[in-house]
Design a protein around this ligand. Sequence first.
Ligand SMILES: *Cc1c(COP(=O)(O)O)cnc(C)c1O
Length: 297
Amino acid sequence: MQERQREQPSLTLQLPSPLVEVRDERLERHGVRLWVKRDDLIHPELPGNKWRKLKYNLAAAAEQGHTTLLTFGGAYSNHIRATAAAGWYFGFATIGVIRGEEHLPLNPSLRYAVSRGMRLTYLDRTTYRAKHTPEVIERLRREWGDFYLLPEGGSNELAVRGCAELPAEIKTDFDVICCPVGTGGTLAGISGGLKAGQRAWGFSVLKGGEFLADEVRRLQRRAFGADIGNWSIAYDFHFGGYAKRKPELEAFIADFAHRHGVTLDWIYTAKMMFGIFACVEQGRIAPGTRIVAVITG
Ligand SMILES: *Cc1c(COP(=O)(O)O)cnc(C)c1O
């Protein structure tokens, strides 16, 4: 493919990502210490868990001789953007299969994806729900030729293995590590990388996210051969559902940025951080607990 012949742009990733302590009297009052793991700083176009989830998939795609990556997502999907960037930097053609109808002009997310060479195609919502069935995949192959398939959100067993590398980068002792949960791939992986006695807490960003626990177990069985009982998911910090924002969350983001110089994104990391502070303030976290919160993007 011509994509492979172009000179590859160079890519510098900030790994391990920085670990920074957050000093906040609302936590200190309860004897809790908190660090943030700044995965958002890994790379501006391949941030956080998206890089970790892609890493082994890119290697597998190259090893299997694929020249094209195809994946699925909503019109604002971070995973779509990251896949487009990965294609650009690693010399793959990319196809983004977007849920719903085309809206022109493209929103900034999709415009960015196209600027990185991604070709876009759209599935109506009913077909999109069946996107991982053999019928739909076959149809996409007839239309687009051969490709390496990344599932929606990029969460498969190779993604889980990539995320499992995160805890070993943390040289400070900790008891609990927290992350937001969209598809569960990141939580499944992080949990698999912990030492005995450590725990992982996920914060669902979806309303009715209870199905995510099964998803995490399924991913762990595929990646590690067993599900690992060291994690749990909080379901009460979704703020109305995926990408729903509320004034209380906006205020929390502004206050956190003001105090700590970290701007949390309102879809994922703000909901997690709000949840951590709420649990501490409600006395649900034992004094002495050392928490790492992963800023996933
Ligand atoms: C995609 C994304 C998530 C969700 O991760 P899952 O592995 O799908 O649970 C969390 N945080 C950010 C910033 C993301 O972009």
